[in-house]
Design a protein around this ligand. Structure first.
Ligand code: TRP
Length: 335
């Protein structure tokens, strides 16, 4: 029998907050659909992380299902990948505790995301927010993860994860794999429609700045037509003109066309026709995803079964690492 090839382990965590949007799809999900046979992928809905800011309980539960349904609707196959909810696997919190004892206050105080969140919401500067990166490190290290797809904003957290893993291994031997950032080769970096100098965010308060995957065609068209463009009228990418450059990337990525081709096709045509076609392309892109989502979303028992299966797989894998950690630090193993 030929042994099964060992695929690199890819761990991706996503907070079930805000609305999954085209930036998530074009920048990440679409690439993973293509990569699901090359990687051993774990998709984790990180609800423990989500409650570091106040969540409405009903909305949090609904979003957890929404996100799962949308991932599947986007083509991530639950038979090939493990989907699970972070709070179903107690090992995440258990490992986070142990890693806490190897993390310095100074390190956590330097995390830019913590400083940013504490500045924006000083009334909710809770210990969970401070400790967030350690829980994230636990998520990653529990599964002997090799690759972690992370955006710019999470690089510092991944760096800390690597430091903690190396520190722990330095004391106890090779307990953890050292994770690398996964840089998608072709993933588009989608910027906001109203502020094209900042990445499009699924939790933006300005709904005109992003397009959720579940937006109605009329909303998609309205937002695209209102997207900021720069002075001038040429459809070309230019660092001095972030608005139109971003719309060209979105178009190219949504239609799988090289951006140069998009530019040459719209030479001399002006913004309005280009934006109309871009809106059409996005409506066409999202239509089958939305249809599939509607087909599956209401089958709660199917999702529960899927999450149960995902949790079973994840729990076994997580416990294997946790046992090694407990053994390493000198705990008496539970018999
Ligand atoms: N902090 C990540 C974010 O906000 C979410 C996350 C939690 C994560 N745990 C993770 C991402 C582990 C990658 C790996 O985007």
């Amino acid at each position: 029998m030929t042994p099964k090839p060992v695929r690199p382990i890819l761990f991706s965590g996503i907070q079930p907050s805000g609305n999954l949007m085209i930036g998530n799809y074009l920048g990440a999900l679409k690439q993973w659909v293509a990569l699901q046979d090359q990687f051993d992928c774990l998709f984790c809905l990180v609800d423990l992380h989500a409650i570091t800011v106040r969540q409405d309980p009903l909305a949090l539960r609904r979003r957890t299902y929404d996100f799962l349904a949308l991932y599947i609707a986007c083509g991530i196959d639950p038979r090939k990948n493990a989907f699970f909810v972070q709070s179903h696997i107690p090992q995440h919190a258990q490992l986070a505790w142990i890693l806490n004892c190897f993390t310095y206050m100074g390190e956590l105080s330097r995390m830019t995301q913590f400083k940013e969140k504490a500045r924006k919401g000083p009334e909710n500067e809770n210990a969970g927010l401070f400790d967030y990166p350690v829980l994230m490190a636990a998520d990653i290290l529990l599964y002997q993860t090799n690759q972690v797809p992370v955006g710019e904003d999470q690089k510092q957290h991944l760096e800390l994860t690597r430091d903690l893993a190396q520190r722990f291994n330095g004391v106890y031997g090779e307990v953890f794999a050292i994770p690398e950032p996964y840089i998608p080769g072709i993933g588009a970096r989608i910027m906001g429609l109203q502020d094209p100098t900042a990445k499009m965010s699924k939790s933006d308060v300005n709904t005109y700045n992003y397009i959720p995957l579940l937006d109605e065609p009329s909303a998609i068209r309205r937002k695209v037509m209102k997207a900021v463009t720069d002075s001038g009228s040429e459809i070309v990418r230019d660092p001095a003109r972030p608005g139109i450059s971003n719309l060209i990337s979105i178009y190219a990525s949504a239609t799988d066309e090289p951006p140069e081709e998009v530019e040459s096709r719209y030479r001399g045509k002006g913004y309005a026709p280009f934006k109309r076609d871009l809106a059409d392309a996005l409506v066409a892109l999202l239509e089958p995803i939305q249809a599939r989502y509607r087909d599956i979303r209401d089958d709660a028992p199917a999702f529960d079964a899927l999450l149960r299966a995902g949790a079973e797989t994840a729990r076994v894998r997580a416990q294997r690492t946790l046992d090694r950690v407990h053994d390493a630090v000198g705990f008496v193993l539970a018999g």
